[in-house]
Design a binder for this molecule. Structure first.
Ligand code: SAM
Ligand code: TMP
Ligand code: ZN
Length: 408
């Protein structure tokens, strides 16, 4: 059986290093009465031998993931709201401080970042294909185009609005396999001295923390400085800055510019050197990551079975897209996790993809508290544990599975 595929960045050969099994769409929360056939695909990850980009072996068609009912909303975390406001303020004080500036955000979702730009009266456009969340952005006063960003969209925006001083994307670029079209679009739309800034989960953190649940249908690429550097170069752009971020379990914010337009920061040189020294894209590193994933799977299933045998109640916290990878890899269903509490209206009173664990409003978590809470939203641990102090005081315990299975 050949497990190779073709690199979506450079057409080199991608060699598979871990298989996470048959998986459903990570954000396809089903109505309980829905009897339609569920969509499944094979979730496996490989690395390109030519450019070093880590990517999924199989691509899910974009319309299956991003559509009218796409449920994820950015405003669900207070920490993320603060994060995006701080970035908007930074852009307004720097890149957007000139005459009549223009910023385009890809995947603006509910407009959490752009509403601060709109409030400042600065020209902007959010490009967002998912209907319901795009409507939320528009209702918040954000100018939105309901579309997938790609080369043709970029050309049409440029015709209408002129060049962009900033093109920005958070947790969106890594979702897009058709990168050639995206970067040609960026090339066409970006002002001569403009910047393309994007932030996504960082391969270095995913490997260090064994956060294998960052791997799911929507996360097509797992970026590193090395692979983004190559990607930029191959598409006529240059990686000029990197910034490590703690949000979402460890991300990097990359800044790309036209070659020679900006001076490359020391942070880029340092991160590239660090990745080389760690052997981040090397086979031995990636194979060891696969071994640690299988150990977590075995430990988590053993713990949940033991708790069930002891008659303990276990409830999930946060119906994250990440949780689909965990539950479907481990075969965790409602027999082991009673329900998942979540604040997102579009996920509540539905069944989690594949596992069919019911999703209930977050308030039901306390009604009454379970013995254990399996923290699927571990990337928001500080925020959640602070607001759920009463759970610990009532004797409740948190189960985490990253970087290894442990109870706190
Ligand atoms: N930027 C927000 C954040 O960080 O919270 C939302 C991130 S959400 C995980 C990914 C978003 O990208 C979704 O709202 C999805 O509809 C959007 N998206 C997917 N493909 C896109 C494309 N080609 N162009 C623009 N947006 C896209
Ligand atoms: P994310 O990890 O992709 O941001 O998803 C977080 C999920 O967890 C999302 O469905 C919202 C939910 N959530 C809660 O239910 N309570 C919370 O306090 C936070 C921060 C998130
Ligand atoms: Zn490649």
């Amino acid at each position: 059986m050949s497990t190779d595929s073709t690199c979506r960045i450079c057409t080199g050969t991608v060699a598979e290093f871990v298989d996470l099994g048959t998986q459903p769409l990570s954000d396809a929360f089903r109505l309980p009465e829905d009897t339609s056939e569920e969509f499944f695909y094979r979730l496996a990850v490989g690395v390109c031998g030519t450019c070093g980009m880590v990517q999924l072996m199989e691509e899910v068609p974009r319309e299956k993931m991003f559509h009218e009912d796409y449920p994820y909303i950015s405003q669900g975390s207070a920490v993320m709201r603060k994060h995006f406001r701080a970035l908007a303020e930074r852009f307004l004080a720097t890149e957007l401080a000139g005459t009549d500036p223009f910023v385009v955000e890809l995947g603006c979702n509910d407009g959490t970042m752009l509403r601060a730009v709109a409030d400042a009266g600065v020209r902007h456009l959010g490009v967002e294909p998912s209907g319901a969340v795009a409507d939320m952005a528009a209702a918040a006063g954000v100018r939105v185009r309901k579309d997938f960003f790609e080369e043709s969209t970029a050309l049409s925006i440029r015709d209408q609005d002129g060049p962009a001083d900033v093109i920005y994307a958070a947790n969106t670029l890594c979702h897009i396999p058709y990168m050639g079209s995206i970067l040609q679009g960026v090339e066409a739309l970006l002002a001569p001295a403009g910047v393309f800034v994007f932030e996504d989960p960082y391969l270095g953190d995913i490997i260090e923390r064994t956060s294998f649940d960052q791997i799911y249908d929507e996360h097509f690429f797992l970026f590193s400085a090395g692979s983004v550097d190559e990607m930029a170069r191959r598409h006529g752009l240059e990686l000029v800055d990197v910034e490590r971020l703690e949000v979402h379990g460890g991300e990097v914010r990359y800044t790309l510019a036209r070659p020679g337009a900006r001076t490359r920061s020391d942070a880029v040189t340092e991160l590239l050197a660090e990745e080389k020294e760690r052997g981040l894209a090397e086979r031995a590193t990636l194979d060891a990551f696969g071994d640690r994933i299988r150990a977590i799977r075995d430990d988590l299933v053993a713990l949940l079975r033991q708790l069930k045998a002891e008659g303990k109640r276990v409830v999930g916290y946060g119906a994250t897209a990440k949780s689909a990878t965990v539950t479907n890899l481990c075969g965790i269903g409602p027999d082991l996790v009673e329900f998942i509490g979540d604040t997102t209206p579009a996920k509540q009173h539905r069944l989690a993809p594949g596992s069919h664990i019911p999703v209930r409003p977050a308030a039901e978590f306390a009604n009454p508290y379970p013995d254990y809470a399996l923290l699927f939203a571990w990337n928001h641990a500080a925020e959640i544990m602070a607001k759920e102090q009463a759970f610990r005081e009532a004797g409740g315990k948190w189960i985490l599975y990253v970087p290894e299975v442990h109870v706190v």
